[in-house]
Design a protein around this ligand. Sequence first.
Ligand code: PAF
Length: 264
Amino acid sequence: MKVVRTRDELAEARAELSGRVAVVMTMGALHEGHAELVRQARQHADAVVVTVFVNPLQFGQGEDLDRYPRTLQADLDLCEREKADVVFTPLPEVVYPDGLPLVRVSAGRLGEVYEGASRPGHFDGVLTVVLKLLQLTRPDVALFGQKDAQQLAAIRRMVRDLDLPVQVVAVPTVREPDGLALSSRNAYLSDEQRSTALVLSRALATGDVAAGRALLDAEPGVEPDYLARVDSATFEDSPAGDLLVVAARVGSTRLLDNRILERA
Ligand code: PAF
Protein backbone atom coordinates (compact mmCIF):
# COMPACT_ATOMS: atom_id res chain seq x y z
CA MET A 1 0.00 0.00 0.00
CA LYS A 2 1.32 3.44 -0.95
CA VAL A 3 0.67 6.41 1.32
CA VAL A 4 0.90 9.68 -0.59
CA ARG A 5 0.54 13.26 0.58
CA THR A 6 1.20 15.51 -2.39
CA ARG A 7 -0.43 15.92 -5.81
CA ASP A 8 2.75 14.70 -7.55
CA GLU A 9 2.98 11.60 -5.36
CA LEU A 10 -0.69 10.87 -6.01
CA ALA A 11 -0.32 11.34 -9.77
CA GLU A 12 2.66 8.96 -9.78
CA ALA A 13 0.85 6.32 -7.68
CA ARG A 14 -2.33 6.69 -9.78
CA ALA A 15 -0.37 6.19 -13.03
CA GLU A 16 0.85 2.83 -11.73
CA LEU A 17 -2.70 1.51 -11.16
CA SER A 18 -4.19 -0.51 -13.97
CA GLY A 19 -7.70 -1.69 -14.75
CA ARG A 20 -10.76 -0.21 -13.07
CA VAL A 21 -10.00 2.12 -10.20
CA ALA A 22 -12.32 2.80 -7.25
CA VAL A 23 -12.14 5.67 -4.79
CA VAL A 24 -13.41 5.72 -1.22
CA MET A 25 -13.39 9.26 0.16
CA THR A 26 -13.20 9.69 3.92
CA MET A 27 -12.42 12.24 6.60
CA GLY A 28 -10.49 9.64 8.60
CA ALA A 29 -11.47 8.28 12.03
CA LEU A 30 -12.16 5.14 10.05
CA HIS A 31 -14.45 2.43 11.41
CA GLU A 32 -16.06 -0.78 10.23
CA GLY A 33 -18.40 1.23 7.95
CA HIS A 34 -15.37 2.54 6.03
CA ALA A 35 -13.83 -0.95 5.99
CA GLU A 36 -17.01 -2.16 4.29
CA LEU A 37 -16.71 0.66 1.72
CA VAL A 38 -13.16 -0.47 0.91
CA ARG A 39 -14.24 -4.13 0.67
CA GLN A 40 -17.12 -3.19 -1.66
CA ALA A 41 -14.74 -1.02 -3.68
CA ARG A 42 -12.60 -4.07 -4.26
CA GLN A 43 -15.69 -5.86 -5.68
CA HIS A 44 -16.18 -3.07 -8.20
CA ALA A 45 -12.61 -2.42 -9.28
CA ASP A 46 -9.08 -3.77 -9.69
CA ALA A 47 -7.48 -1.10 -7.51
CA VAL A 48 -8.71 1.00 -4.59
CA VAL A 49 -7.67 4.52 -3.63
CA VAL A 50 -8.75 5.81 -0.20
CA THR A 51 -8.62 9.53 0.55
CA VAL A 52 -8.29 10.72 4.14
CA PHE A 53 -8.91 14.46 4.36
CA VAL A 54 -10.80 16.50 6.95
CA ASN A 55 -12.30 19.06 4.59
CA PRO A 56 -12.51 22.48 6.28
CA LEU A 57 -14.92 23.70 3.59
CA GLN A 58 -17.78 21.54 4.84
CA PHE A 59 -17.64 22.66 8.49
CA GLY A 60 -19.65 25.72 9.50
CA GLN A 61 -18.63 28.23 12.15
CA GLY A 62 -18.89 26.67 15.60
CA GLU A 63 -18.89 23.14 14.15
CA ASP A 64 -16.41 20.47 15.20
CA LEU A 65 -13.54 21.00 12.68
CA ASP A 66 -10.90 21.40 15.40
CA ARG A 67 -12.12 18.57 17.56
CA TYR A 68 -12.99 16.23 14.67
CA PRO A 69 -11.27 12.91 15.55
CA ARG A 70 -7.91 12.50 13.80
CA THR A 71 -6.51 8.96 14.01
CA LEU A 72 -4.18 8.70 11.01
CA GLN A 73 -2.07 5.73 12.10
CA ALA A 74 -5.15 3.64 12.95
CA ASP A 75 -6.70 4.75 9.63
CA LEU A 76 -3.64 3.58 7.71
CA ASP A 77 -3.70 0.26 9.59
CA LEU A 78 -7.34 -0.26 8.58
CA CYS A 79 -6.56 0.59 4.94
CA GLU A 80 -3.62 -1.82 4.97
CA ARG A 81 -5.78 -4.56 6.50
CA GLU A 82 -8.45 -4.01 3.85
CA LYS A 83 -5.81 -4.03 1.11
CA ALA A 84 -6.24 -0.52 -0.26
CA ASP A 85 -3.64 0.18 -2.96
CA VAL A 86 -3.15 3.89 -2.36
CA VAL A 87 -4.05 6.20 0.53
CA PHE A 88 -4.04 9.93 -0.20
CA THR A 89 -3.71 11.99 3.02
CA PRO A 90 -3.18 15.58 1.87
CA LEU A 91 -2.83 18.65 4.06
CA PRO A 92 -5.40 21.43 3.45
CA GLU A 93 -2.78 23.45 1.52
CA VAL A 94 -2.37 20.55 -0.93
CA VAL A 95 -6.10 20.38 -1.65
CA TYR A 96 -6.58 24.18 -1.51
CA PRO A 97 -3.24 25.63 -2.67
CA ASP A 98 -4.73 29.12 -3.19
CA GLY A 99 -6.61 29.13 0.10
CA LEU A 100 -10.30 28.34 0.26
CA PRO A 101 -11.66 28.28 -3.28
CA LEU A 102 -13.42 31.24 -4.82
CA VAL A 103 -15.35 29.04 -7.24
CA ARG A 104 -17.38 26.26 -5.62
CA VAL A 105 -20.02 23.71 -6.51
CA SER A 106 -23.55 24.57 -5.39
CA ALA A 107 -25.83 21.80 -4.20
CA GLY A 108 -28.83 24.01 -5.06
CA ARG A 109 -32.04 23.07 -3.27
CA LEU A 110 -30.50 19.82 -2.05
CA GLY A 111 -28.14 21.97 -0.02
CA GLU A 112 -30.93 23.95 1.62
CA VAL A 113 -33.26 21.34 3.11
CA TYR A 114 -32.89 18.96 6.09
CA GLU A 115 -29.13 18.68 6.80
CA GLY A 116 -28.60 21.69 4.54
CA ALA A 117 -31.07 23.79 6.54
CA SER A 118 -29.21 23.02 9.78
CA ARG A 119 -25.76 23.34 8.20
CA PRO A 120 -25.82 26.15 5.60
CA GLY A 121 -23.05 25.73 3.01
CA HIS A 122 -22.22 22.20 4.19
CA PHE A 123 -23.19 20.39 0.98
CA ASP A 124 -21.52 23.01 -1.23
CA GLY A 125 -18.33 22.26 0.74
CA VAL A 126 -18.83 18.52 0.37
CA LEU A 127 -19.51 18.68 -3.38
CA THR A 128 -16.58 21.00 -4.00
CA VAL A 129 -14.10 18.67 -2.31
CA VAL A 130 -15.67 15.56 -3.85
CA LEU A 131 -15.32 17.08 -7.31
CA LYS A 132 -11.69 18.03 -6.59
CA LEU A 133 -10.88 14.56 -5.24
CA LEU A 134 -12.54 12.96 -8.29
CA GLN A 135 -10.35 15.13 -10.54
CA LEU A 136 -7.21 14.22 -8.57
CA THR A 137 -7.86 10.48 -8.27
CA ARG A 138 -9.66 9.93 -11.62
CA PRO A 139 -11.64 6.85 -10.54
CA ASP A 140 -14.02 4.76 -12.63
CA VAL A 141 -16.22 4.22 -9.59
CA ALA A 142 -16.71 6.09 -6.30
CA LEU A 143 -18.37 4.49 -3.27
CA PHE A 144 -20.30 6.38 -0.60
CA GLY A 145 -22.19 5.22 2.48
CA GLN A 146 -25.99 5.16 2.50
CA LYS A 147 -25.69 6.48 6.07
CA ASP A 148 -25.17 10.02 4.71
CA ALA A 149 -28.17 9.76 2.40
CA GLN A 150 -28.48 13.46 1.57
CA GLN A 151 -24.77 13.67 0.74
CA LEU A 152 -25.22 10.64 -1.51
CA ALA A 153 -28.19 12.28 -3.25
CA ALA A 154 -26.23 15.51 -3.77
CA ILE A 155 -23.21 13.65 -5.17
CA ARG A 156 -25.38 11.59 -7.53
CA ARG A 157 -27.04 14.78 -8.71
CA MET A 158 -23.70 16.54 -9.23
CA VAL A 159 -22.44 13.59 -11.28
CA ARG A 160 -25.56 13.75 -13.46
CA ASP A 161 -25.86 17.51 -13.74
CA LEU A 162 -22.15 18.07 -14.47
CA ASP A 163 -21.67 14.93 -16.64
CA LEU A 164 -18.88 13.55 -14.50
CA PRO A 165 -17.45 10.30 -15.91
CA VAL A 166 -17.73 8.23 -12.74
CA GLN A 167 -20.11 5.56 -11.48
CA VAL A 168 -21.48 6.21 -7.99
CA VAL A 169 -22.18 3.18 -5.81
CA ALA A 170 -24.07 3.37 -2.50
CA VAL A 171 -23.03 0.99 0.27
CA PRO A 172 -25.59 0.03 2.96
CA THR A 173 -25.13 1.46 6.46
CA VAL A 174 -23.12 -0.72 8.83
CA ARG A 175 -24.69 -0.97 12.29
CA GLU A 176 -23.67 -2.15 15.73
CA PRO A 177 -25.57 -5.30 16.80
CA ASP A 178 -27.97 -3.08 18.80
CA GLY A 179 -28.83 -1.00 15.72
CA LEU A 180 -26.65 2.10 16.21
CA ALA A 181 -25.41 3.28 12.81
CA LEU A 182 -21.61 3.49 12.75
CA SER A 183 -20.31 7.05 12.55
CA SER A 184 -16.99 8.71 13.36
CA ARG A 185 -19.00 11.07 15.59
CA ASN A 186 -20.08 8.16 17.85
CA ALA A 187 -16.62 8.61 19.40
CA TYR A 188 -17.97 11.77 21.09
CA LEU A 189 -20.73 9.87 22.94
CA SER A 190 -20.49 8.82 26.59
CA ASP A 191 -21.81 5.33 27.42
CA GLU A 192 -25.07 6.85 28.58
CA GLN A 193 -25.41 9.01 25.45
CA ARG A 194 -24.64 5.99 23.31
CA SER A 195 -27.63 4.10 24.71
CA THR A 196 -29.79 7.22 24.37
CA ALA A 197 -28.73 7.43 20.70
CA LEU A 198 -30.35 4.04 20.01
CA VAL A 199 -33.68 5.86 19.86
CA LEU A 200 -32.77 7.06 16.34
CA SER A 201 -32.70 3.55 14.87
CA ARG A 202 -35.74 2.58 16.97
CA ALA A 203 -37.65 5.57 15.59
CA LEU A 204 -36.74 4.57 12.02
CA ALA A 205 -37.75 0.97 12.69
CA THR A 206 -41.36 2.11 13.24
CA GLY A 207 -41.40 2.98 9.53
CA ASP A 208 -43.75 5.85 10.34
CA VAL A 209 -43.16 9.57 10.86
CA ALA A 210 -45.69 10.09 13.67
CA ALA A 211 -44.74 6.95 15.61
CA GLY A 212 -41.03 7.63 15.19
CA ARG A 213 -41.41 11.23 16.27
CA ALA A 214 -43.32 10.13 19.40
CA LEU A 215 -40.40 7.88 20.37
CA LEU A 216 -37.89 10.68 19.85
CA ASP A 217 -39.99 13.16 21.84
CA ALA A 218 -40.33 10.72 24.74
CA GLU A 219 -36.58 10.11 25.07
CA PRO A 220 -34.85 12.37 27.60
CA GLY A 221 -31.45 13.65 26.45
CA VAL A 222 -32.41 13.78 22.77
CA GLU A 223 -33.08 16.98 20.87
CA PRO A 224 -34.77 15.94 17.62
CA ASP A 225 -34.12 18.09 14.55
CA TYR A 226 -36.21 16.24 11.98
CA LEU A 227 -37.82 12.92 11.20
CA ALA A 228 -39.36 12.89 7.75
CA ARG A 229 -40.35 10.79 4.80
CA VAL A 230 -38.66 12.04 1.65
CA ASP A 231 -37.80 11.11 -1.90
CA SER A 232 -34.26 9.76 -1.72
CA ALA A 233 -33.13 11.51 -4.91
CA THR A 234 -34.52 15.00 -4.26
CA PHE A 235 -35.06 15.14 -0.49
CA GLU A 236 -38.49 16.61 -1.21
CA ASP A 237 -41.05 15.75 1.47
CA SER A 238 -43.27 13.00 0.20
CA PRO A 239 -45.80 10.80 1.99
CA ALA A 240 -45.01 8.18 -0.68
CA GLY A 241 -41.25 8.72 -0.46
CA ASP A 242 -38.73 5.88 -0.31
CA LEU A 243 -36.63 7.14 2.59
CA LEU A 244 -37.19 7.91 6.26
CA VAL A 245 -34.54 10.31 7.55
CA VAL A 246 -33.77 11.38 11.07
CA ALA A 247 -31.38 13.83 12.73
CA ALA A 248 -31.08 14.61 16.40
CA ARG A 249 -28.64 15.99 18.89
CA VAL A 250 -27.53 13.76 21.77
CA GLY A 251 -25.60 16.00 24.15
CA SER A 252 -23.60 18.19 21.79
CA THR A 253 -23.30 15.49 19.12
CA ARG A 254 -25.47 15.67 16.03
CA LEU A 255 -26.40 12.22 14.75
CA LEU A 256 -28.04 11.14 11.48
CA ASP A 257 -29.62 7.95 10.33
CA ASN A 258 -32.06 6.78 7.66
CA ARG A 259 -34.05 3.79 6.53
CA ILE A 260 -35.01 2.83 2.99
CA LEU A 261 -38.76 2.21 2.59
CA GLU A 262 -40.91 0.71 -0.11
CA ARG A 263 -42.39 3.55 -2.16
CA ALA A 264 -46.02 3.90 -1.03
O1 PAF B 1 -18.61 11.53 4.03
C1 PAF B 1 -17.53 12.08 4.29
O2 PAF B 1 -16.71 11.57 5.05
C2 PAF B 1 -17.20 13.42 3.65
O3 PAF B 1 -18.31 14.23 3.56
C3 PAF B 1 -16.50 13.27 2.27
C4 PAF B 1 -17.43 12.62 1.24
C5 PAF B 1 -15.24 12.45 2.43
C6 PAF B 1 -16.13 14.66 1.73
O4 PAF B 1 -15.27 15.33 2.60
